[in-house]
Ligand binder design. Structure first.
Ligand SMILES: Cc1cc2nc3c(=O)[nH]c(=O)nc-3n(C[C@H](O)[C@H](O)[C@H](O)COP(=O)(O)OP(=O)(O)OC[C@H]3O[C@@H](n4cnc5c(N)ncnc54)[C@H](O)[C@@H]3O)c2cc1C
Length: 275
């Protein structure tokens, strides 16, 4: 098992002027996000000092998201108020009417009528121009399904691509499981039902394929076999290094993550201050 140690009170870094400088600190808090933090850790070689180091970069989660748009016979959002006033959590832990998949599904939340300009940009060629005047007939529900933490979904270092400082570039591997996709489909079906009851006559499902909700890549836990951070987000094997951002999350939950990330940062901050 690697020896537990402190980082030396100095870090050598390279700034944009390509000049080396040293930063001294009692504690080092890494918060470069769920894609950036594992990238820097892997490039630093520090996972070798961590008994759970093989988990660094693993278990990348990003939610399975889609917007279910209802197409209404008239203007859908007459008041033009700010969106996200309504969330439906009835399906979060599953629902008696849904047998597959069993267990947690996720959340549905209100989305605004999209701006005509955005539709023109998103839809290819003349289709966007043709359809954008009709967007006022749309309003939707964002379905966020909880995706499973899978060891195979990971950030690694690309041995062939380096930046101008010699830092290997990150390589991302991610596949949703069948269960992830089934959870989204179930939620989308419920979303369509809700919109139909509200008066929608047609639906359009827009899948979101970004990594905007990336979490989980330097996960927290009580078992070094399955987690690189302890329950206070301390990097195992190095006493004064903490990773405090979306990387810590051992599961993705099925809601927008930033409040959870902030709440955890406050919790860890309090722990560090109180020793
Ligand atoms: C378009 C969009 C909309 C979103 N909407 C919502 C929402 O409505 N509600 C919600 O809860 N969440 C939302 N999210 C998700 C939310 O923004 C993220 O989950 C959250 O910001 C992640 O926090 P973090 O601290 O893990 O990382 P970040 O907020 O990404 O912070 C990481 C920081 O590290 C910096 N960094 C990375 N690498 C390096 C490096 N090598 N050196 C120096 N600095 C580095 C980055 O520039 C960044 O400033 C949205 C995300 C996007 C992209």
């Amino acid at each position: 098992m690697p020896v537990k140690k402190r980082l030396p009170p100095s870090i050598v870094s390279i700034n944009t002027a390509e000049k080396k400088f040293t930063v001294k600190a009692r504690y080092v808090i890494l918060s470069a996000g769920a894609m950036g933090s594992p990238h820097l850790l892997l490039a630093s070689g520090l996972p070798e000092l961590n008994p759970g180091g093989h988990n660094v970069g693993r278990y990348l989660m990003r939610h399975v998201n889609a917007i279910i748009f209802g197409i209404f016979p008239g203007v859908a959002d007459k008041e033009q108020r700010f969106h996200k006033q309504l969330a439906i959590m009835d399906y979060y832990f599953g629902h008696p009417s849904i047998t597959a998949p069993a267990g947690k599904l996720g959340s549905l939340q209100q989305m605004p009528t999209p701006p005509a300009g955005l539709v023109q940009k998103e839809l290819p060629g003349p289709l966007g121009k043709l359809l954008s005047p009709g967007v006022k007939l749309l309003t939707g529900l964002l379905a966020i399904a909880e995706d499973q933490p899978q060891y195979r979904n990971h950030i690694a270092l690309d041995p062939h691509q380096k930046d101008r400082y010699g830092l290997p570039q990150p390589l991302v591997t991610h596949h949703y499981s069948e269960r992830d996709l089934a959870a989204l489909n179930s939620l989308a079906r419920q979303g369509k039902k809700v919109l139909r009851k509200a008066g929608a006559i047609l639906h359009y499902v827009h899948h979101i394929r970004t990594f905007s909700h990336a979490v989980g890549t330097v996960r927290m836990g009580s078992d070094p076999k399955t987690s690189a951070l302890d329950e206070f987000c301390r990097f195992r094997g190095i006493d004064n290094l903490f990773v405090v951002d979306g990387s810590f999350m051992p599961s993705a939950a099925a809601v927008n993550p930033s409040l959870t990330i902030s709440a955890n940062a406050l919790r860890v901050g309090r722990y560090i201050v109180n020793g």
